[in-house]
Design a protein around this ligand. Sequence first.
Ligand SMILES: [Zn+2]
Length: 58
Amino acid sequence: MFIKKKPTSVEQATSKKDDIKASDMVECEVCGVYIEVSESILSNAKYYCSKECIEKVS
Ligand SMILES: [Zn+2]
């Protein structure tokens, strides 16, 4: 009696930790606002909501 598992192609796509998708929300390092990864600015491995925020830390 084996329980057959469903194909795990969907699980594989989401099982990677740290693998951020474009639709994920990330927190701006400076102001704490949440933005979509695709709309955020990545600088020094951190996410920012705008150039203004990057300039505040640099
Ligand atoms: Zn910000």
